[in-house]
Design a protein around this ligand. Structure first.
Ligand code: ZN
Length: 193
């Protein structure tokens, strides 16, 4: 079977039996899917070919998420998650530990755009993995520039209120940052026009 190329793969973290982080009956997997669907819709409205690693509440292996993006020769991969930790709030974005230029530009563009909409704290672009050595699987196993967005803490009432109020604005901001990065990648990183 042949697969047509896509420009962007949006990856709503977790799904199905893997609920991700949870707080008072709220599941990370649901927040991730809801905003991912909106980001994808915004990208398509902007004329950018985008697809999702899941478009409903099902479990998808990490390797299958990466394989989809690699097989379809995506130009960018953006994984959407929500964070969880005691007493923390704000948005942070993770790139692979060697901080590739294009990946970092993608993450910085997204974080700047979200910050402009309004977030409780800008925790910065970080490289590597929050819980030790290495990388997030989706950052290390995708062939294209990628990042993993932690859209606030699910155990923070402040972040949840911001997420719920600004979901559409966040989705638009992420889509615009992706569009901007696609242009930069074409013009600078790969010298393609
Ligand atoms: Zn997650």
């Amino acid at each position: 079977m042949l697969y047509s190329p896509v420009q962007v793969v949006i990856d709503p973290g977790h799904g199905g039996s893997d609920v991700g982080a949870q707080y008072n009956g709220r599941y990370e997997k649901d927040d991730n899917l809801e905003i991912a669907l909106l980001v994808c819709e915004n990208l398509r409205d902007m004329g950018i070919e985008a697809c999702l690693t899941r478009d409903d509440d099902k479990f998808v292996e990490l390797k299958d998420r990466c394989a989809l993006a690699n097989r379809r020769n995506a130009e960018l991969f953006v994984s959407l998650h929500r964070n969880s930790a005691e007493g923390a709030n704000g948005v942070e974005i993770w790139v692979s530990s060697d901080s590739p230029e294009a990946d970092t530009a993608l993450a910085e563009n997204i974080l700047t755009a979200l910050d402009a909409v309004g977030i409780s704290e800008n925790r910065g672009v970080k490289s590597g993995y929050a819980r030790g050595e290495g990388n997030y699987y989706v950052n290390s196993q995708t062939d294209m520039p990628s990042c993993l967005v932690e859209l606030g803490f699910i155990n923070s009432e402040t972040d949840n209120a911001l997420f719920d109020e600004n979901m559409q604005a966040y989705a638009e901001a992420i889509a615009k940052a992706i569009e901007e990065t696609l242009l930069i990648c074409k013009n600078v990183f790969y010298n393609r026009t």
